[in-house]
Design a protein around this ligand. Structure first.
Ligand SMILES: [Zn+2]
Length: 225
């Protein structure tokens, strides 16, 4: 791992937690991990009475996940189900990339049905490119992000990188335990996630995370055979 800073795009609060084991390992290796959260998750209220408080509740859940994983985050705070690749959103995303200056961006793939996931895919790729161009310099000094990876939404395509996260696998369940407002969607509760995390930690089986290369990831040497 020769990355110093990475930027992980998530459409909604908890999307990024697919990467929780890898993010926890990155942080343990001294990598700065920043999450760019595109929407506020305002549509993720499982009961009508939660509608007015869901955004604040999910903010607190994200803060708890950040404390657990050692990550920090930037909020684009676009409305859930209303994320579009408009000019201001692209500029705000470019600004985040130029502030973080990541060695790698991890984002959503294109095999996806949710409009916000697809929008995140398109916005992040476009901002990674435009962020490296000498344009819109009010948004910061141009920064060319060397590596771009997909971490989810790639359908059946085999992964290009199998990354060892042995010893960190249980961070997936620990991080999901923090997202209490969403548990009813999965028929789970906090304790069941914590119990599962403890079991995975105790068993300590080999574990891996899957990543896919984007069209803009270049190898500089033939891989080992
Ligand atoms: Zn989502």
């Amino acid at each position: 791992m020769n990355y110093r800073r990475v930027l992980v795009f998530g459409a909604h609060p908890d999307d990024e937690l697919v990467m929780a084991p890898a993010m926890a390992k990155f942080v343990s290796l001294g990598v700065e991990v920043v999450v760019a959260m595109m929407t506020d998750g305002c549509e993720g209220y499982p009961s009508a009475e939660m509608k007015d408080t869901i955004v604040e509740v999910r903010r607190q859940e994200q803060e708890e996940a950040d404390r657990l994983l050692g990550t920090r985050r930037e909020h684009l705070a676009r409305p859930d189900m209303g994320l579009v690749n408009d000019k201001q959103t692209l500029l705000d995303t470019i600004r985040i990339i130029r502030e973080v200056r990541p060695d790698a961006i991890f984002t959503h793939g294109h095999e996806e049905r949710h409009r916000d996931h697809l929008a995140t895919h398109h916005i992040s790729l476009e901002a990674a490119w435009q962020g490296g161009e000498p344009v819109s310099t009010e948004m910061g000094e141009p920064w060319i992000t060397p590596h771009l990876w997909y971490y989810k939404n790639m359908g059946a395509r085999p992964a290009d990188l199998i990354y060892d996260v042995t010893g960190f696998a249980h961070y997936r369940q620990l991080s999901l335990a923090t997202q209490v407002s969403q548990h009813v969607l999965f028929g789970r509760d906090r304790q069941s996630y914590l119990d599962e995390a403890e079991k995975i930690k105790q068993e300590n089986q080999p574990a891996s995370a899957s990543f896919w290369m984007t069209g803009r990831t270049a190898l500089r040497e033939f891989p080992e055979v």
